[in-house]
Ligand binder design. Structure first.
Ligand code: FDP
Length: 355
């Protein structure tokens, strides 16, 4: 090990990196794994494969306009939304990158109606992967950042293949979660329960390099991300929360409004700068819009690991017991202080949050 690369702390077995260390995602994953002598390397393998899938998707996203593959296909996905071509591609890339490694026993995708089984000719492993291949897809046509979100849980049933019971586990059982943002640069941010770490893709060498070690979200937010056009449809309690966020009731300072409409992009900004992303229940979507398993749970795990919070207004997101594959949930996620405000106001109106 070169001197300026960092030194191993003999007691805690944690490698410390200096600002000038060049740490690839692979090296980082290996070093994290060493903190767990019992680890078999399977989870690490899942994370490498996801990083590879992310690079392939990033490549497609970057060249989408050039390759003339923008626009909607004729198919509708299980949520009744028009699928964009890139969604289909991203979904296929992830399935193909992940199905043969022998580490997964099943997958579930926001774009697929049922559980995705591992083909018979491949070995089954002890983990399940849940993912949203391309979140914010309505932004693809206008060159606005989109993202991939993923969550990994351990298999709990005994058979060879994964079952619904393995997929429908509460978010607190996740062993890893992360997202990739395809923005002005491509970043992969993930947690395995040892803090949140961000890696930026260096396109010249095709490697994700550690750029944001140990991300912490500020306790109090700067930004408010919410689609205000639903105000008409909100309940009075949600309106009260928004007035507080905007500093209109005189109890707190106004947050600055920023809404991209791509959950990953809004979440990423708020994670780094502090803030709240809110997609509350409304009259038209009484159970919210976002998906518990593919969006709220993974981002909930990340935000908690970064010192923030995630709630549906009635309970901690990670404690919600999923009952359906494509279950939706209201979501308040970000800095602790702002999530607390939503919880306090909605605490008196559980019917509003569609529990
Ligand atoms: P999209 O429909 O473009 O895929 O979960 C889907 C999502 O985007 C989120 O990424 C985004 O935050 C939200 O929906 C936007 O919904 P609204 O258009 O209702 O604001």
């Amino acid at each position: 090990m070169r001197e300026n690369e960092g030194s191993r702390d003999e007691v805690s077995n944690v490698v410390k990196h200096t600002a000038t260390s060049v740490v690839t995602i692979e090296r980082f994953i290996i070093e994290e794994e060493r903190n767990h002598p019992e680890a078999t390397g399977e989870l690490s393998g899942i994370l490498y494969d996801l990083a590879l899938a992310a690079k392939m998707i990033a490549n497609k996203v970057r060249s989408a306009g050039l390759a003339d593959i923008l626009g909607a296909t004729e198919n509708e996905n299980v949520q009744g939304e028009v699928q964009q071509k890139l969604d289909v591609l991203a979904n296929e890339i992830i399935i193909k990158a992940m199905d043969h490694g022998g580490r997964l026993c099943a997958m579930a995708s926001e774009e697929e109606p049922d559980i995705i089984q591992i083909p018979e000719n491949f070995k089954c492993g002890k983990y399940c992967l849940l993912f949203d291949p391309l979140d914010g897809s309505s932004n693809i046509d206008v060159n606005v950042p989109v993202g991939t979100i993923f969550s990994v849980v351990r298999k709990i049933t005994r058979g060879r293949h994964g079952e619904m019971e393995d997929i429908l586990q509460p978010g607190r059982r996740q062993v890893a979660a992360g997202y990739v943002i395809y923005g002005s640069s491509t970043m992969m941010v993930y947690t395995t329960g040892q803090g949140v770490h961000g890696f930026t893709l260096d396109p010249s060498i095709g490697e994700f390099l550690l750029s944001h070690p140990n991300i912490r979200i500020p306790e109090t937010g700067r930004y408010l991300s919410v689609n205000d056009s639903y105000e008409e449809l909100w309940d009075d309690n949600v309106r009260t929360i928004m007035r507080k966020y905007k500093g209109l009731d005189g109890t707190s300072k106004a947050l600055s409004t920023r809404y991209v409409g791509s959950l990953v992009a809004d979440f990423h900004r708020n994670l780094l700068g502090g803030g709240i992303f809110a997609y509350p229940a409304n009259r038209k979507t009484p159970r919210g819009k976002l998906r518990l398993l593919y969006e709220a749970n993974p981002l909930g795990f990340i935000v908690e690991q970064a010192g923030g919070a995630a709630s549906d207004g009635a309970q901690r997101i990670l404690d919600v017991l999923p009952t359906e594959l494509h279950q939706r949930t209201p979501l308040f996620i970000g800095s602790k202080h702002e999530v607390e405000i939503a919880k306090r106001v909605l605490g008196g109106a559980p019917e509003l949050v569609g529990a």
